[in-house]
Design a protein around this ligand. Structure first.
Ligand SMILES: [Zn+2]
Ligand SMILES: [Zn+2]
Length: 535
């Protein structure tokens, strides 16, 4: 649902980063600053950290006049564009959420979308919430200039240490203050701040009461907010009232439409501590891949993906490279596993190997149409282990997605002996380790689809008839019921509930039987078949 808007956001951020960078270059006459600093006759010592601290102190005292006009005007234009983007995206998300059962015609074509004249119009019209953003211009700029002065100080010390002349020192300082990475971070973060504000304004206008935090490849902080719904204007678990939760954050706010407020995704753990287990099984089929190979693979995958016409832009490539740098990456065929390198309490190598074995085992039992598309191409999973477990969330994904996020807490149960869940999860959970069950459950969400709007009717009717065949966890909502029954089914339990679900949602179908002949459902709604057939 959000891919299109994020695509446009990334494209516009890349363009705005160039303007911000130019504005940062103009903040001061760096040559003159260097000459002034040289007048203080600074001597380089062999302690660069100390030299930098001294130069920073000098910069704070002496760089009092920065030319911020260009920065302000770049920000204003960017904010106006971000506002329009947030407004249009929010409108689309409301429409999509309301019309989940319909074909996705009539939405925004994001592929070449530009804020264009609407951004100029917003500057003239200035809705109240947008005026409030403009009113905080000085505070925003102050934050940026404070960082710039620190950068100037560090660069002055470096220039002295390197013995540069004034000309070359000015270039070096300019590069520090106006680095592409910094300009990009400002663009992404500022765009997100204003885009989120516009989204909220639109939701308020539509008289929605609640909104949901939708994470984009989340850090531990944002993961706390994943799929959490709050009353508009109140705080999420991280303490933020809206994204960004940190520099570079690309999370967005989705609407919660009354009557459709089921959340999808998470599987919550029970509060009891499972027993510590003993044996480990290794799998040799996964291999470690290097960063560049992974980035190349993402580029190649996108080139083949009919949803995207453009290749990754500069900013998206940077995000990919950042992701690759921070993780150990493993591959098995079309599947990728990324394990965050910066975990405070990382899983053991045995845990990870058992996780791989668990994945392999359950993957083999997936419906053929989840493993292969209509053209016989294997549909890979993107598995991510990151962040520390927050709250009770063990793992999550989105309906019909390829990516599944696992908490460290869950991976650490991969070697656990089975235990009796006393009805909290489906009966199959009692015969397997917790992590394998989690994988089966998350696979259930990835087999599900927003098109399966009838799943509530199916679970309601079956639950009334066979209450004892449902887990307590599945009572949360019909999407969780779907994932729970799927886990039970894929782990081999056959009873009237699993059989009916399998029949209703086509779990037993072959690839040829599952996809419609014109292949139309493959890219967006691979499991929409039950709706198409009118059940
Ligand atoms: Zn975020
Ligand atoms: Zn779930």
């Amino acid at each position: 649902m959000i891919e299109g808007a994020l695509e446009a956001d990334g494209r516009i951020a890349a363009k705005n980063a160039v303007k911000i960078r130019a504005a940062l270059r103009e903040l001061a006459n760096y040559k003159q600053l260097f000459l002034q600093y040289q007048d203080t006759q600074p001597v380089s010592t062999d302690n660069l950290a100390k030299d930098r601290a001294r130069a920073r102190a000098w910069a704070i005292m002496n760089v009092t006049q920065l030319r911020t006009e260009a920065l302000a005007s770049a920000l204003w234009r960017m904010w106006a564009e971000a506002w329009v983007l947030g407004d249009v995206a929010a409108g689309e998300w409301i429409q999509r959420t309301e019309e989940l059962n319909k074909a996705d015609d009539g939405y925004v074509d994001w592929s070449k979308w530009q804020p264009g004249d609407r951004a100029a119009a917003i500057m003239l019209k200035r809705p109240k919430a947008f005026q409030e953003i403009l009113d905080r211009t000085n505070a925003s700029i102050k934050g940026m200039t404070t960082t710039s002065i620190t950068d100037i100080g560090n660069a002055l010390a470096d220039a002295v240490e390197l013995g540069l002349d004034a000309e070359r020192a000015a270039v070096l300082i300019g590069r520090h203050v106006a680095s592409p990475a910094r300009a990009l971070t400002i663009a992404i973060t500022e765009q997100n701040r204003v885009m989120s504000a516009a989204t909220i304004a639109r939701y308020k206008e539509a008289e929605l009461e609640k909104m949901e935090w939708h994470v984009s490849d989340p850090c531990a902080k944002c993961a706390q907010n994943a799929n959490v719904e709050v009353v508009i204007g109140t705080s999420f678990p991280s303490g933020n009232t809206q994204p960004p939760a940190h520099p570079h954050c690309r999370c967005v706010l989705l609407p919660v439409i009354p009557g459709m407020e089921e959340t999808d995704g998470g599987i919550a753990g029970a509060t009891t501590t499972p027993p510590i287990a003993s044996e480990g099984v290794a799998t040799g089929s996964w291999t470690k891949v290097d960063e560049q190979a992974w980035v190349d693979r993402q580029i190649a995958a996108r080139a083949k993906d009919p949803r995207f016409t453009d290749p990754y832009n500069e900013i998206q490539l940077q995000i990919l490279r950042d992701q690759a740098k921070d993780a150990d990456i493993y591959q098995r065929g079309v599947h990728i596993l990324r394990v965050d390198k910066n975990l405070i309490n990382p899983p053991s190598q045995q845990d990870i190997q058992q996780f791989m074995a668990n994945f392999d085992e359950v993957y083999e039992r997936l419906p053929a149409w989840r493993r292969f598309d209509a053209n016989g191409v294997e549909r890979g999973y993107n598995l991510i282990i990151n962040g520390e477990a927050s709250g009770n969330t063990l793992a999550y994904t989105y309906l019909g997605h390829d990516t599944v996020w696992f908490s460290v807490k869950d991976i650490k149960t991969a070697l656990d002996a089975p235990k009796d869940w006393k009805g909290w999860f489906m009966s199959a959970a009692n015969n397997t380790n917790e992590n394998l069950y989690t994988i089966a459950h998350e696979f259930g969400h990835t087999v599900d689809s927003v098109m399966n709007a009838n799943r509530g009717k199916v679970s309601g009717a079956l639950r009334r008839k066979y209450p004892e065949l449902f887990s307590r966890y599945s009572a949360k909502n019909s999407k969780e019921a779907y994932a729970e029954v799927f886990a039970e089914w894929i782990l081999g339990v056959r009873n009237p509930v699993t059989e009916t679900y399998a029949e209703r949602f086509g779990w037993n179908l072959s690839v040829a039987d599952y996809y419609s002949p014109d292949n139309r459902m493959v890219t967006w709604k691979p499991n929409a078949r039950t709706i198409l057939l009118g059940n």
